[in-house]
Write a protein that binds this ligand. Structure first.
Ligand code: GSH
Length: 204
């Protein structure tokens, strides 16, 4: 059975969401970074980086959240959550890489400094700087989801899931999305999917 390493309140959420979209049976091995469990000898044998998520799919071990989701979608849902056309596949990579390289760090840093860290450790100026840095990506997205409801067109795919799972942090990070209403609608549409809700329930 597929094993998903990482507590639901970590980037493993992304993979749990994907597993639920796919209706896969899985075991969640709740490795908790807060308890130092990402750095044990046994876990480092799974992911030598000491990060979650990672998966073990019948002996095939893979780490990096976006790569895991692309793999699972392609393996279990080609033609549905994973596109068939080369161009759509390339766009799926485009959105996933863009999310990781241009969106994730500022939104995560803002979330830490506005919500997660103890008050005394928060740096409001840094959070504001991150929000500013995040100025263009939401506008880029807004212009895409004006033309079609999802990133590749009419249907929700792994491209939406990967990016929405990063941008889900915009809310706790209190990033203002009022100037990008179409993007905010898209994010809401993604977040309200039953599989996303079910994965969020695991975080409680
Ligand atoms: N780029 C990696 C980042 C993984 C990552 O940093 N995960 C955090 C939890 S959300 C982690 O494992 N931190 C614990 C540690 O570094 O020990 C991915 O997307 O999978």
């Amino acid at each position: 059975m597929l094993k998903i390493y990482g507590i639901p309140r970590s980037r493993a959420f992304r993979t749990l969401w994907m597993a639920k979209e796919l209706g896969l049976e899985y075991e969640n091995v709740a490795i908790d970074m807060g308890k130092g469990e990402t750095r044990t000898h046994d876990y480092l044998a799974i992911n030598p980086n000491g990060h979650v998520p990672a998966i073990d799919d019948d002996g095939f071990i893979l780490w990096e959240s976006m790569a895991i989701n692309l793999y699972l979608a392609k393996k279990y849902s080609r033609g549905s959550l994973y596109p068939i056309r080369f161009e759509d596949e390339a766009r799926t990579w485009q959105w996933s890489f863009w999310g990781m390289t241009e969106v994730e760090r500022p939104v995560l840093t803002a979330m830490f400094h506005r919500a997660l860290l103890p008050e005394a450790e928060r740096d409001a100026a840094l959070a504001d700087k991150c929000e500013k840095e995040l100025g263009r990506p939401p506008m880029v997205l807004d212009s895409v989801v004006v033309a079609s409801p999802y990133l590749l067109g009419e249907h929700f795919t792994v491209a939406d899931l990967n990016l929405a799972s990063i941008l889900a942090w915009a809310r706790p990070a209190r990033i203002d999305l009022s100037h990008v209403p179409k993007m905010a609608d898209w994010l809401k549409r993604c977040a309200e999917r039953p599989a996303a809700r079910a994965a969020r329930d695991l975080q409680r």
